[in-house]
Design a protein around this ligand. Sequence first.
Ligand code: SF4
Ligand code: SF4
Length: 262
Amino acid sequence: MATLNNKAVIPQKYELDSKLKFRCHPGVACFTRCCRNIDILLTPYDVIMMKNRLGITSTEFLAEYTRYEVDDKTTHPLVFMRMKEEEGRSCPFVKDVEGCSIYEDRPSACRYYPVGQVTHRRLDDDDKTPIHDEWYVIVKEDHCLGFEEDQVMTIGEWREDQKAALCDDMNREWKNIMMKQDIPKDQINEKLQQMFYMASYDIDNFRRFVFESNFLEIVKIDDETLAKIREDEVELMHFAFRYLKYLLGIEKAFEVKAASDK
Ligand code: SF4
Ligand code: SF4
């Protein structure tokens, strides 16, 4: 999504079996250059991985490490990693010698770099159902010397090597929601945006909303789903996406209880 340096994108579509000549390792002279002066768009799963790595709540993580923007086109809330304010704008997690201090839990965009993933939404010619096409681009920035290395991999092998496939599975549903651009602007008021933000990024606050507000008195949720979202944070994240679809009118994902059921 919105983290690519568009000027450095090679104007070509790459598929999973396309070849990439590239290697990144601590011995390259540019080591950690790509962790400075960049905009890293975070996904809900990125936030979950990083806040758990740091042992803090999502609310604390968002306050300490992120900045918030509203997308011009869609008015959807976007969360970016907040770079340090000093010269060079380095990522708060980069160390000069060791590199990324949260490497195993780094965001999806960091895993893919210098590959960028593009998702395009279109409507099926016949029945007009939405179809989401995925392809890849390569970002070749002058400072990145990994392209001078001899290793050749397919994009698919790079994705496996960087353990990005799981992130894709976790992010796909949310990205599809984020691409929904035809929600009337006047429908997205400030209150709805706050709920959108919470359900997307602030999973610990969303948990409180589900279990500590009157939400369960209003909405019908079966016992099996309730047990899963109580115990499993990733299940809760998917439930939050379902809530988002309901909130944005994309899908009637919940049934409201009748007065007699309450
Ligand atoms: S080779 Fe590229 S990706 Fe690797 S550290 Fe250098 S700038 Fe970053
Ligand atoms: S999270 Fe890690 S890989 Fe990503 S920019 Fe920060 S230090 Fe670099």
